[in-house]
Design a protein around this ligand. Sequence first.
Ligand code: XIL
Length: 384
Amino acid sequence: MKLTRRQALTGGAAVAASGAIARPPQPRPVGPGSLDGIARRSGRRFGSAVGWSRAGADRGSFANPHYAAILERECELLVAENELKWQWTRPGPDAFDFRQYDAIADYAAGKGFALRGHTLFWTPTKWYPKWLTETHFRSAAEAEHLLATHVRTVCRRYGTRIYSYDVVNEAVQPETGEIRDTNVTRALGGEAFVDLMFHNARAEAPHAQLVYNDYMSWERGREDETHMRGVLKLLEGFRKRGTPVDALGVQSHIRLLEPNSVAQIVRQSEGPWRRFLDQVVAMGYDLVITEFDVNDRMAPTDIVLRDRRVADYAGAYLDVMLSYPQLRDIVSWGMADRYSWLESFDPRADKAPKRGTPYDAHFRPKPLRQAIATALSHAGARHV
Ligand code: XIL
C-alpha cells in the first residue's frame, strides 16, 4: 500500500486497522515452565525483541513459524528490534512510515503480548536517518518542534498499546560521562533535550512507564566507570529538575571479552555494579533489563564449553539483577542465535557463529535458556 503524502505525514494510513485492537488487560496464557511462567512466580515478566520481515523471509520475525512458536511459548513482552527507530519510521523531516512497526504491533496485540516501545530517540548520530545527520537547526525551537512532533505522533498512534517507552536511548557519551554532543543536543542543550523528550512522552502517554535506556555495563573496562558516573549524574539531574523518568533501562549486552574465569569476572564486577544500582534505586528508579544477550567473543570455540561458560556468566549476572525487587521486566535481545545482531556487530576471531541467545540456530534450547530459567526461579519476590 502506498501512502499519500498526507497519510504519511499524519501516520494515518493504518490507524483504523491497527488501532482497532486494544491491548488485552490480562497477561497472555503461557505454560508454568516457560521463561515467562517462571518469571511470574516472583512477580516478573519475560520477553524478547522481534523483527519484521516479509512472510517466508528468514530474519528473526514472527513470520517464521519456528521463531513465532518460541516467542509465543516463552514470552509475555515483545519489543521491535529496529522498526520503531527513526531510521525506519522517519523517511524525511515531515514524513512518517509505520508500516513495518504496525505489522509487529498488530501481531503483538493479536497474540496478547505487552509491547515495549524502543525508542523515541536514539542519541548517537550514527543511528540517525541520513537527513537528520545533515540537518542544521537554525534555532532551538526548530529542534524542539521536530522532537515534540515525533513523540506526539508515535504516542498518539499507539496509545495504551505500548506500556513502556525507551524515551531516550544512549544519551551519555561513555568516554566523558557527558550528554553526547550532536546537532540535535547542541541545538537545544543536552539537559533541555532529554527533559523535553520525557516531558512530552509523559504528556502524550500518561499511562506508560518512561525509561532512560543505556549500555553502561558491569564489566570493568576503561570507559565503564565514566559511563556509570555519567548515567548517575543524568539520573540525579532528572530528579532535581522534576523530569518524569520512571526507570533505568539496563541494556545488558553482557560481554565475555576476556579469557578470565566467570568467577574472576564476577568478583571484579559485582561490587561496583551493585554500588551503581543501589544509587539508582535509592533515587526511586525502577530497573528494566531491556536488551539481554551474551557476547561470547572470547569464550572457547568448543560449543559445549562455550555454552557452559555463557550460561554460567548469564546466571551470575541475572542473579545480581534479580536480587533487586525494583526489577520487573526482563527482555532478551532475540531468542535464537540465528538472528542475533551480535553476529555482525562483533564477530569472533575464529569466525564461529555467536551463541549468545537462549536458542540455537536450529531453534533448539541451549544451556543459556536453562540458566535464565534457574535464575528466574531463584529470584526473590518483587512484592514483599
Ligand atoms: C541493534 C539491532 O539489534 C541491529 O539489528 C541494528 O542493526 C542496530 O541496532 N543498543 C540498542 C539497540 O539500543 O537498539 C541495538 O539494536 C543494540 C544496541
